[in-house]
Design a protein around this ligand. Sequence first.
Ligand code: SAM
Length: 240
Amino acid sequence: MTVLPYKDKEGSKKEQVAEMFNSISKRYDFLNHFLSMGIDILWRKKAIRQLKADQPKLILDVATGTGDLAIEALKLNPEKVIGVDISEGMLDMGREKMKRLGYEDKIEMSMGDSEQLLFEDNKFDAVVVAFGVRNFQDLEKGLADMQRVLKPGGKMVVLEFSTPTKFPMKQLYSFYSNSVLPLIGKVVSKDNSAYTYLPESVQEFPYGDDFLAILNKLGFKQTTCIPLTFGISSIYTAVK
Ligand SMILES: C[S@@+](CC[C@H](N)C(=O)[O-])C[C@H]1O[C@@H](n2cnc3c(N)ncnc32)[C@H](O)[C@@H]1O
């Protein structure tokens, strides 16, 4: 079942996702850190640490949004990070941030769709994506295109929400994400649907072994899953 941000509107998932992120872009960073109590920052750090031994020089950050994962990737001392996203609003916020922090020469932010990346085959040393794959219209197509632009032997790192399975975290998290999070999200972002879409899309999304099975099917090698914070999120790594 495809979970759409705006159930009462027309348009493909991709169009609706872009519209939703355009609508919440100004509040996105604040809500991210507030609703996760800052844990999202630690998750991104851990995701990027998976590439420490690889020392990638050219990194692609898919679904870069406002660029927080791209900024974290600078810790690997790459020559360049290219961030792509389908939401102009998120990219605008990201570009402002890069300007403010003086990262414009290291991080390039451009319009780009994960399912039709405008890069040649085998270009990047590493491809990363945080909280993006759940929003893809066609998950396998997006992952396959990320694989295409990755160099043979290069690593992909995916950070995405998953679902805690054990008592009492399963129950506590379910209450938080289905009741508390949509309410705060709605009031702060002024978007009635965005923070209802979030838990709904997480519930439908494959995680753990199911996500690894998709990566394996696509031909990725050495696939691993690292659950984070009682399984609220997971990091997946895969080699081309
Ligand atoms: C939850 S945000 C994550 C942003 C950022 N990576 C972070 O860690 O905060 C998800 C982003 O995915 C983008 N997105 C969704 N589908 C996409 C696609 N097919 N191609 C590129 N970006 C996409 C959205 O526009 C949005 O900016």
